[in-house]
Ligand binder design. Structure first.
Ligand code: URA
Length: 189
């Protein structure tokens, strides 16, 4: 994994400038049975150098508690590993969704990273990693909580843990999906 990080740094640091140069690498057990993949790091993740340590990370931790899964046993990473930003009308640096080009640029690295960990299951958080890994035809609202097999990879799509900040009605669905994942992991991994 260290070699992978060095190769990725060599590749991306020559492409990006300024505050886009901070790569947030995956975090956790490098031989984990479960890999969780988010969208892209936000401000806190970039400051602390770890995925899911901001508000979305707090939500994720709460729900992991329900499932019996522990963060220390997982490997958590993002589809895009730099923080995509834009300037808001008020002049502040804010997050934006990653572009198709950014996702395509990082996707081979995500696949390599997953191949290094060799998990039993890849849990995608939200539409970005779902579409990147399973295919554009999938939408989280249709397939959350259902296993998808793609190129020998078992994918378990869940909503993004930030989605319930905007849509609290997702909370109970999220709880069910994460509990089912915990059960599956105990039985199969
Ligand atoms: N949202 C993500 O998708 N990834 C993070 O690391 C943090 C928030």
């Amino acid at each position: 994994m260290e070699k992978f990080k060095t190769e990725m740094a060599d590749h991306f640091l020559s492409l990006y400038e300024g505050n886009m140069r901070s790569i947030v690498y995956g975090d956790g057990k490098t031989n984990a049975k479960l890999v969780m993949v988010g969208e892209a790091p936000g401000e806190q993740e970039t400051i602390q150098g770890k995925p899911f340590v901001g508000k979305a990370g707090k939500n994720l931790a709460e729900f992991l508690n329900l499932s019996g899964l522990e963060r220390k046993d997982l490997y958590i990473t993002n589809t895009v590993k730099i923080r995509p930003t834009r300037i808001s009308p008020a002049g502040r640096i804010v997050n934006r969704p990653p572009t198709k080009e950014e996702i395509a640029l990082f996707l081979p690295w995500l696949k390599k990273e997953i191949a290094l960990v060799k998990p039993k299951c890849v849990c995608t958080l939200g539409n970005v990693p779902l579409k990147a890994l399973a295919g554009n035809e999938y939408t989280i609202g249709d397939v959350h909580g259902q296993f998808i097999e793609k190129d020998g990879m078992l994918i378990y799509p869940m909503y993004h843990p930030a989605s319930m900040i905007y849509n609290p009605s997702i909370k109970s669905i999220y709880a069910e999906d994460v509990v089912r994942l915990g059960e599956w992991m105990r039985e199969n991994a």
